[in-house]
Design a binder for this molecule. Structure first.
Ligand SMILES: C[S@@+](CC[C@H](N)C(=O)[O-])C[C@H]1O[C@@H](n2cnc3c(N)ncnc32)[C@H](O)[C@@H]1O
Length: 336
């Protein structure tokens, strides 16, 4: 029933024009009970959803374990699966999320309404989501947004009055800023990092996964045209295409300390490409995807799958084998 309602709402979800991801990635979520949308950490699995969760876990594991009852702000939370994943597995007291895609915001709010209402538990944190742009604080900070868990039941508000009042007036500073597989799209990463730095409490941590250029663009003769093309193909602002040296300088310039860069490239692109081809086979062998607006006939490959079958794997294969991009898990601290 839950899933039926979830996908009914998926079918009916409005979206803004020009959404980069929207909801096409439902096709990547084989068991269609989730809408994860990251490149995955494929070291110990060949399952798309598990690889997505593993990347989410690897990212959170970069944050020192002494940060309990964390106040966290998440930029680019997708369709909400990672929010549920984190609040069910980590010690988080307040979870604020920002996404620029309206369709994903709507799905995430429904998913949370459903799950948090069903399992109303005192231990659940307060979650507040915004539809806005990560690099434009005014686009989300003044929105009314929506309080979950606490507004769901008067009872709970009363029970957690102390907890709730902590959240009002609106929190300005967080223990953790997190962005799972999103910030390379932000215009620009540097603007985002400055905002993140300001939003962190002294001693707080930023944890992101990111794409870093595998070569020095300054020393590459054909870099300009080539980088423009890559930026266009991957929807990444050109200013974000920097190599590891430039990346380290950027964090230092903003004021971060304890920068840790974990290169997991070998466990990302290849796994994703293989998953696309496995999923094509699944469609051919009769995997049902009835939740789509125009469900294909049995054993037919859905039209929306074309880009995952023919375009994305070629781009990722190229970027991987030519070492254009490295995929990093990154963490850093705001000085105390
Ligand atoms: C690759 S998806 C990752 C989604 C999610 N973190 C996950 O792992 O399933 C990138 C996300 O970044 C979001 N995004 C891209 N640009 C953004 C921006 N400027 N502000 C907020 N969110 C943004 C997109 O809406 C998309 O959900």
């Amino acid at each position: 029933m839950k899933n039926f309602l979830f996908f009914k709402s998926y079918k009916e979800t409005d979206s803004n024009e020009n959404e980069l991801y929207s909801l096409d990635h439902a096709l990547l979520n084989l068991n269609v009970q989730s809408l994860w949308l990251n490149m995955g950490y494929w070291k110990h699995t060949q399952d798309y959803v598990q690889a997505n969760k593993n990347l989410a876990d690897l990212l959170y594991d970069q944050i020192p374990t002494h940060i309990n009852n964390a106040t966290l702000i998440d930029f680019g939370f997708g369709c909400g699966d990672q929010i549920l994943h984190y609040i069910n597995s980590r010690s988080i007291e307040i979870y604020v999320g920002v996404t620029n895609e309206k369709s994903q915001y709507t799905i995430a709010t429904k998913l949370l309404d459903q799950n948090l209402n069903d399992n109303l538990k005192q231990s659940k944190p307060i979650v507040k989501l915004f539809n806005g742009n990560s690099t434009d604080i005014q686009s989300w900070k003044n929105q009314h947004g929506k309080y979950y868990t606490d507004l769901v039941s008067e009872n709970r508000v009363n029970l957690n009055l102390q907890h709730f009042s902590k959240f009002l007036p609106y929190l300005e500073q967080f223990d953790i800023v997190l962005s799972l597989d999103a910030c390379y799209h932000f215009d620009t990463r540097e603007n985002f990092l400055k905002i993140a730095f300001d939003l962190l409490k002294p001693g707080g941590y930023i944890a992101i996964t990111d794409l870093i250029l595998g070569f020095d663009s300054q020393k590459n003769a054909f870099n300009s045209v080539f980088l423009n093309l890559i930026a266009k193909l991957t929807n990444i602002p050109k200013a974000n295409l920097i190599n590891q040296d430039e990346y380290e300088i950027l964090f230092k310039k903003i004021g971060f300390t304890n920068l840790k860069l974990l290169d997991i490239t070998d466990h990302v692109f290849k796994g994703l490409v293989k998953n696309c081809s496995n999923q094509t086979k699944n469609f051919k062998t009769g995997f049902k995807i009835n939740f789509l607006k125009n469900p294909p006939l049995d054993n037919e490959i859905p039209i929306d799958w074309f880009k995952y079958e023919h375009i994305l794997p070629k781009i990722f294969n190229y970027l991987d084998t030519k070492k254009v991009f490295r995929f990093f898990v990154v963490s850093a601290q705001k000085p105390t």
